[in-house]
Design a binder for this molecule. Sequence first.
Ligand SMILES: O=C(O)CCC(=O)C(=O)O
Ligand SMILES: [Fe+2]
Length: 318
Amino acid sequence: MTTGYDPVSRFELTYDVGKATSAPIVLRWDIPDGKTIRKVIPPLHEDAEVATTIEGLVRNCSPATFGKAGEEVLDESYRKAAKLDADQFSTNFNPYERLFADGKSMFEDHLAVVAELYKLNIYSGPSGRLRAHVDTPRGTKQFGSLVICLPYPHEGDQLRVAHQGQESIFDWSNKEADSINWAAFYRDCEHEVLEVESGHRITLTYNLYVHERLGGVISPVCALKGVAAIFYSIFYQMGLDVKVRPVMKGLPEIDYLRYLNRIGPKRRKQVQKANLLGTELQGITLSSIYGYDSGDQATRDRQGEMAIEMAQSYRLVQ
Ligand SMILES: O=C(O)CCC(=O)C(=O)O
Ligand SMILES: [Fe+2]
C-alpha cells in the first residue's frame, strides 16, 4: 500500500478537482433498529457481497431534503437522493491527512481551514440528481464546500459547478471504482449533480470554514487584543458591522515589512495610506480578519489554494 498524491493544477476558477492515494476507507453507519453498525471498506467493487452491503446502506438512509426559504423541503423533482446526517455515520477518511503527511501548506499562515463533515449522500441510478442551487451558508466563516466521491461504480452523475459565467463539469463516472474524486468550491458557486444513470454515486460532503489558527502569527493590521478583541468578537457574532479606529504605531519593522511584501500592490497602497494610525473609522470585514472576500480574486485564489491543499484526495492502491 502506498500513499501520496498527484499535484493539482493551479486553482483558477472557484473549485478544483484531484485524485490521490490513500489507505482503505472504512465507513460505518447506524441502522434504524439502533443495534447494528455496518461497515464497508472500499474499493467498493461491484461484487455481490459489496453490492448487498451498499443496497443495505441505501435502505438505511433517508430521503434527502433541501433548504428552501429557511425550511427543509422534500421534492424528488429537485433532489432525488438518499442521505445520512453526520451523527448517523462515521468514517476514517480524513481530509487533513495529506497535510499532516507533508507538514506544510496552509498552516504557514495565520489562517486555517476547518472541514466539518456534513452528510453522506447517495444518488442512485436511474434518475438520482440534484438540481442547480447555491448552498445556504452556515455562518460567515463558511467559505465553501468539499465533496468527496467514494469509489463505487456508477455512470452519469456529473457535478456541474458555475461561477460568474464560467462553469466546469466534473465527471466521476467509473466502472473500476479504484479512486476517490473530489471537488472544492466557494459558497457562492452554483452547482448541480446531473442525472445518475446507473449504480450509486456515494459522496461525503464537508462544510469548509476559515479560522484563525491557534498560535498563528496574525497580520499587524488584523490585531485586536484585550477588551477590544472581546468587544469585537461579541459585535461580530451579533452580525454587526464593526468599525475600528486603528491607533497602533511603531509596529515591529520586520513583521510589518514582511506583511507589506506579502500583500498585493493595491492592498499595500491602502495599508500604507492608512498608516495604521487612524483618523477615520475603518470597517473590519471578513477579508481583513479571515482573508475571505468573494469579490477579491487574489484572496479567493489564496483561499482556494488552501482549500485545495486541504482537500487533496486519495486513490486506493491495491
Ligand atoms: O453530493 C454532491 O455532489 C453535492 C451535494 C450538494 O451540493 C449539497 O448537499 O448541497
Ligand atoms: Fe450543494
